[in-house]
Design a protein around this ligand. Sequence first.
Ligand code: AMP
Length: 366
Amino acid sequence: MKVGILGGGQLGLMLARAARDLGVEPLVLDPKPNAVAGQVARHLAVDWENDAAQDALAECDVVTYEFENVPTSVVEKLAARVPVHPSPAALAISGDREREKNLFRELGIETAPFAVVNTRDDLDRAVAQIKLPAILKTRRFGYDGKGQAVLRSETDVEEAWARLGDRALILEGFIPFDREVSVIAARASDHSMRFWPITENEHVDGILHISRAPAADVSPALLESARNALESIMVKLDYVGVLVVEFFLLGDRLIANEMACRVHNSAHWTIEGSATSQFENHLRAVAGLPLGKTDMSGYTSMINLVGQLPELDALADDPDIHVHVYGKSPAPGRKLGHVTVTADSRDALEARTRRVRDVVGDREPC
Ligand code: AMP
């Protein structure tokens, strides 16, 4: 069996590894000649639209993606020739913050107040309606906090417009959240679903810094509404694959921020922390196989390695600390690897996580 993967970054690398473990042959399309998934998969380093690459992908049994910004037209053309999961419709919605929020609202899932902004006048109207503080975000192509600005004063409004005003935007009310969590699920082609424990995330400068699973103090009611939210999205989109929705927790309110129709950084801990990783279950889903169990025993955290790789040898003596280095060249804000920590208790997890943070160095907001 062959799976085509659109995008060859670290998510593609870990998907391709999981594919190989399952005996599935991965074929990666990514225009970047040094895309890291090329370490373990045949890599077509040509434009998304390249005809020969489209033909090669159309010969796979199924095509999936690890990157939200693959041109929708490319995915739609492919879907006419080969099964593509998750569907091109899911990809188009998750790549557009307005469509994503409208879907959440249609399904009764709370979002931050928001307004679409295309002109400077729209921005003034949106600020008057939503009030400051607020966050101005690009509707498309935003990730890891890129393409956004927090607006606290009129001066911020001017500056943000000067920086982002040439693109389609959305203004969101600022949510003074208590915590951020990810809800991670997989849905198979027979419509069965599995959920991983809820994961709590800490971001620095909009980039994920640490995830911990299971999140502490999640009430049964909250768990149920989180799962219902994902189930309603997956049923609505006739979804096959891994879906991750990031929520803000504010008191007992669950406010959806965004969704990823693909494997996600906040679920990397599932490689060591769960019976089946997100990568394996994504592959299983898109390949029409039954999903693996998502149970976890114990506690897990995941610390991202961003910008520069620290000297990691100091962590090698602990069998409950697992280092993953992707093979990318260093650059500010670039995710170069991650470290997963496992433990039998929360206290042991925090002690081990502290050790990793001391080696890795905590990123401070700049
Ligand atoms: P995003 O690219 O939408 O995931 O945003 C990156 C990070 O910015 C989030 O994980 C939050 O920490 C913060 N953020 C985004 N939107 C909001 C919001 N409406 N209110 C408060 N914080 C936000």
